[in-house]
Design a protein around this ligand. Structure first.
Ligand code: MG
Length: 454
């Protein structure tokens, strides 16, 4: 697809992403969707309103009535779409820097559109082919109040409220000035937690931190947890479909570690977990310990959604899926990511741990060694030679190969992955194991093999 990537359309606002482009996408989606009404929602970005206006205008011009949801977290959009049965044009750039914005298209089931529907929308844009309305059939607009409140009520009904309340937890929440700034702290408060907040004012300038929930952006949250009585810190990205955690000392919990801890609590023998080819050994080990299958897709949430849906259709239970960036799916809840819900599932773990601190709860999944190496190339021929060498190495290695996206080798206690960088003239090599020497050696051996193809 030319327009839609693995996470919708994203780019610098008013440079790459223009009102004209948003108008066209909305007209195309409104033409493809067989529905009278379409929702429009946005996150807190400074350009959100102008793009939401363009989207609403485009939809009305192809005869769709528009439900204006205002600023709401992406998972609240999912809840609204699912409960009302309307699709949505969502204006968000998720975790990207403040100057970015983007468009996600959500179906009437509350799940991001699958690739085949996105392709139909994209085709309409590229062909400039829309089902324009006339002055009688143009759509009208309704402002919908209380979408975030309804979402919080639904969240409260979806988790073990009593267990979490009984645990008497103090929770520090960092919504990063994003769309969950109001609803997420309210949710944890209504769950019976004592809530402290940082960066919890909706602000598209993101004055307190950048939107991506990575350790370097979470120093204020770490400090708050370390210097207060908080048991745990929870941070979201800008549209709040992800959650990562800080332990009781203020130390960042790796997203792969929290994913493995959450998975261990959900899995039963015969289940499957869907993740991407860069999945951590932590999750491999948790799947082995629970006799669950691990299904790996190309990197990107859309691929994980597609594969999870296929497995569900085949009758396989997939209680958890996702990636180690805090983007965890609980498909029995909804086939889209929900940062506040992920946070509450983590609080359920703490409640079940009966007073053990976060650092102890995640300790069984924390002690792994990750290695990342690069092999640089000068031109396409060299790149192809190196990838061919990687392929040859993979074919003869004493390990389980996976060629879904790059070349991955699973050794049981360790893995190595080779993929060309999408942005730089480099082949990236990753390896991971609980044994540091083993991870270092596997990565070095792979790089040596790759470099013979130069
Ligand atoms: Mg996001």
């Amino acid at each position: 697809m030319e327009l839609f990537g693995s996470s919708g359309i994203r780019g610098v606002a008013l440079r790459y992403l223009t009102p004209e482009l948003v108008l066209d996408i909305a007209k195309a989606a409104g033409t493809v969707w067989d529905t009278d009404r379409v929702a429009v929602a946005r996150d807190t970005r400074t350009t959100g309103e102008l793009f939401a206006n363009a989207a609403a205008s485009g939809l009305a011009s192809v005869g769709r009535d528009v439900d204006r949801l205002g600023v709401v977290p992406t998972p609240a959009v999912g809840h609204y779409c699912e409960s009302v049965g309307v699709p949505c044009v969502l204006v968000t750039a998720s975790h990207n820097p403040p100057e970015f914005n983007g468009i996600k298209l959500v179906g009437p089931d509350g799940v991001e559109l699958s690739v085949d529907v996105l392709e139909r929308v994209e085709r309409r844009v590229l062909d400039d082919d829309y089902a324009h309305a006339n002055w009688r059939t143009a759509g009208s607009e309704t402002v919908i109040e209380g979408v975030a409140d309804d979402y919080v009520d639904q969240l409260l009904d979806s988790v073990d409220r009593e267990a979490i309340a009984d645990a008497g937890l103090t929770v520090a929440v960092d919504p990063g000035h994003g769309a969950a700034s109001i609803p997420s702290p309210r949710f944890y408060r209504e769950l019976g937690c004592t809530v402290r907040t940082v960066n919890a004012t909706p602000d598209g300038h993101f004055p307190g931190r950048e939107s991506e929930p990575v350790p370097e952006n979470l120093t204020a949250l770490s400090r708050l947890v370390a210097t207060s009585d908080a048991d745990v810190g929870i941070a979201h990205d800008g549209d709040a479909d992800r959650a990562v955690f800080v332990d009781e000392t203020g130390a960042f919990v790796d997203g792969d570690t929290s994913f493995a801890a959450l998975a261990d609590a959900e899995l039963r023998p015969g289940d499957a977990v869907v993740s991407a080819v860069n999945v951590s050994q932590r999750l491999v080990d948790v799947c082995d310990a629970n006799d669950a299958a691990l299904e790996l897709t190309p990197i990107g949430a859309t691929n994980i959604i597609t594969r999870t849906r296929e497995l569900g259709d085949e009758g396989t239970r997939v209680p958890i899926a996702g990636e180690g960036n805090g983007g965890v799916f609980f498909p029995p809840y909804r086939l889209s990511r929900d940062g506040a819900y992920i946070g509450a599932k983590f609080l359920e773990l703490l409640a079940a741990a009966d007073g053990d601190p976060v650092s102890e709860v995640v300790a069984p999944y924390a002690d792994y060694h990750f290695v990342r190496l690069n092999a640089e190339y000068d031109d396409t021929a060299e790149r192809e030679g190196m990838l061919a060498a990687a392929r040859a190495y993979v074919e003869t290695a004493d390990a389980e190969p996976n060629t879904t996206d790059g070349y991955r080798l699973d050794y049981g206690d360790a893995w190595v992955l080779v993929r060309p960088s999408g942005t730089e003239p480099k082949i990236r090599i990753y390896a991971e194991s609980a044994d540091a020497d083993r991870a270092e050696r596997l990565a070095a051996d792979m790089r040596e093999a790759v470099e013979t193809g130069r």
